[in-house]
Design a protein around this ligand. Structure first.
Ligand SMILES: [Zn+2]
Length: 99
């Protein structure tokens, strides 16, 4: 059991963050790391997971702001033309964020 774990650690040490074989050496924050890519160090699963959490958090804040702006203009703006334009802009933003 511990032997298998040791083999797995050695294997991971030879793999890039994306899981491919390491072919290049880079310095990241002063530490030498390997990468499959000549130009960048691929992010690890944990780094991608954290980036996704941050992106989802930002997305939910945008969606809340869209709803708040939408509510404000729906009840506080007399001009139907301006109301329509604001709804159109917010609708485009909502569509863009959803894709
Ligand atoms: Zn890679």
């Amino acid at each position: 059991m511990s032997e298998a774990k040791s083999d797995e650690s050695e294997l991971n040490a030879l793999l890039c963050g994306c899981g491919r074989q390491i072919r290049y050496s880079h310095f990241k924050n002063g530490v030498e790391v390997g990468s499959c890519n000549k130009h960048i160090v691929c992010p690890t699963y944990d780094e991608l997971s954290e980036n996704l959490r941050i992106a989802n958090n930002k997305l939910s804040k945008y969606q809340k702001a869209i709803n708040d702006i939408d509510d404000y203009f729906e009840y506080a703006m007399d001009s139907k033309t301006d109301q329509k334009k604001v709804h159109q802009i917010l609708g485009n933003l909502t569509d863009a964020l959803a894709t």
